[in-house]
Design a protein around this ligand. Structure first.
Ligand code: ZN
Length: 523
């Protein structure tokens, strides 16, 4: 609707300024309920957007604009910021639009999580700028990536010169715009790093003003145990002097079910001492990982010699025993469902128990056979709803999908890549009175923006960048399920990035309005 057209005549007669012939706003969003991202109560107001910014918030119904959107009956909120993703695959040109995120209302993603992010940050950002990106990108340099570049997959302490080399890579990444360092202390090779080694590598992160974003050493009872792993993360942040972000917080596996209140106690004790500790979470009771990471002991993987050890008859008994214990720990072979496996795509969607039954072999032995053939992805049903909800209600827990850019295909990825943000609103705000809308929106906008130092995003305020989502509480929902994961979410009616419409009346406009956001460049 181009409301300004009849006004040209008016300006012709009364006005001497060329500016008068153009409307006051580029876009007006009228009649919506604003949830501003700060956690404060929602209110009815209009928003006027001009030059990519929120120019006015208030009663604007008589104003002119190039485009007017009627948001009656809908919520208007800051574009969602996904605090934890593996969307590093945005650099694949076919995936650059990140449609599975735009359809969730996400306007900014954090890449490089769990220790995996590249340290060639400038190069990564250059590619994104050159080919365009559907979402804004904040990047973490990955400690695992840095370590394997310098030390391979060796299970040993670094020499002094190796430590210096790793610190130099982190420093370079921070200079090039990383917003912090991620670790995957559960995974090889991050698991081979001592607490002290991680602290040493955080020195350049501290200097650069970044954060520590960590996949804990143990989310279950594999090694040091969940509680000790949380204490380690807190202590790393405290000793290194950097804010801590605990990745995808959860109590994973039978032995630690019900421990959420104890984890919360540790974090809140640290926060009460003035430490900056936050976490992110995806709203599902299942996680997603590789079968190797889930069940193969780390010592088997050390030094990149896994295949060799798997075929060593002297080690066979011990490996089988420990693998069986790991399967048990996660909840049993029926809870591990293959999500991708190129040598046998027909096994996707089937559980390890099922495949073992068909082959007439024990489950641990089947797991080892699969791992010898390739690198199966698995979805692992390993959390209780009580723990998921207990974490979600804390005011220091943000939303993070832990997903990546997906295209429909013959894989069965975790549905979180398609559904995280609408699911949290549908299931935990609208269907049950578990979270307020204000709290859910804050966990997906104001809170992550604060943690990431994004001063111009994450809230709806005059003067800030117009990353805005408009959604309908009647229709917002996730459609992706474990059985049918490649389904885009519904209910995001409009999405703006820097004032440009990327979803218009529920349809992707084809506009790639995202950009890399190097630390300190949130303009
Ligand atoms: Zn992780």
């Amino acid at each position: 609707m181009r409301r300004w057209i009849p006004l040209i005549g008016l300006c012709w007669g009364f006005c001497f300024f060329p500016a008068c012939s153009s409307p006051r706003f580029d876009i007006l969003i009228l009649n919506g309920t604003l949830v501003d991202g700060s956690g404060s109560p929602s209110f009815r107001a209009d928003i006027g957007i001009r030059d990519g910014r929120v120019a006015r918030i208030g009663g604007l119904s008589g104003e002119e604009a190039v485009r007017v959107i009627d948001a009656k009956g809908r919520y208007v909120a800051p574009g969602f910021i996904d605090m934890h993703t593996h969307c590093d695959n945005l650099r694949d040109e076919k995936r650059r639009a990140a449609l599975n995120y735009l359809t969730q209302g996400v306007t900014t993603v954090v890449t490089g999580s769990c220790g995996s992010g590249t340290f060639e940050v400038e190069d990564f950002f250059r590619v994104l700028k050159k080919q365009g990106t559907g979402v804004n990108v904040v990047h973490m340099v990955g400690q695992g990536r840095v370590r394997s570049a310098v030390m391979g997959d060796d299970d040993r302490r670094p020499e002094e010169n190796e430590l210096a080399e790793m610190a130099a890579l982190v420093e370079k990444a921070m200079r090039e715009g990383a917003a912090g360092m991620s670790t995957g202390l559960f995974y090889a090779p991050g698991s081979f790093s001592s607490t002290g080694e991680v602290i040493a590598l955080l020195e350049p992160v501290k200097r650069g003003g970044g954060i520590y974003h960590t996949h804990l050493r143990d989310e279950s009872n594999y090694t040091i145990g969940l509680l000790e792993a949380v204490r380690e993360a807190v202590s790393i942040g405290e000793r290194a002097g950097v804010p801590v972000q605990i990745s995808h917080i959860k109590a994973l596996g039978r032995p630690v079910w019900g421990l959420a209140p104890r984890v919360i106690e540790i974090v809140e004790e640290a926060r009460s001492r003035g430490l900056t500790v936050f976490a992110d979470q995806y709203p599902y009771p299942a996680s997603s990982t590789g079968l190797i990471a889930a069940v193969i002991p780390r010592w088997v993987q050390a030094g990149g010699r896994m295949k060799e050890r798997l075929s060593d008859p002297d080690l066979r008994e011990r490996i089988l025993e420990e693998t069986a214990a790991n399967i048990d720990r996660r909840g049993g072979a029926d809870t591990l469902v293959i999500s991708s496996f190129s040598p046998h795509p027909e096994w996707v969607g089937r559980s390890l128990e099922d495949i073992a039954g068909e082959r007439g072999k024990p489950e641990a032995e089947t797991a080892l056979e699969l791992v010898r053939m390739g690198s199966p992805g698995v979805v692992s049903f390993n959390q209780t709803e009580e723990d998921v909800e207990a974490f979600m209600r804390r005011d220091w827990v943000m939303t993070g999908s832990d997903g990546s850019v997906q295209l429909p295909g013959p894989t069965a990825p975790h549905p979180r890549s398609y559904g995280t943000f609408p699911r949290k609103i549908r299931r935990y705000v609208l269907d049950r009175p578990w979270l307020s809308m204000e709290q859910a929106i804050r966990s997906a906008s104001g809170l992550p923006a604060e943690m990431l130092g994004l001063e111009n995003r994450g809230r709806l305020r005059e003067g800030l960048v117009a990353d805005v989502v408009v959604f309908d509480p009647g229709t917002i929902r996730d459609l992706a399920t474990f059985a049918d994961p490649h389904r885009y979410s519904e209910g995001i009616d409009y999405l703006l990035i820097a004032g440009r419409l990327v979803i218009d009346a529920g349809e992707f406009t084809g506009v790639l309005a995202g950009r890399p956001l190097p630390l300190g460049s949130d303009i």
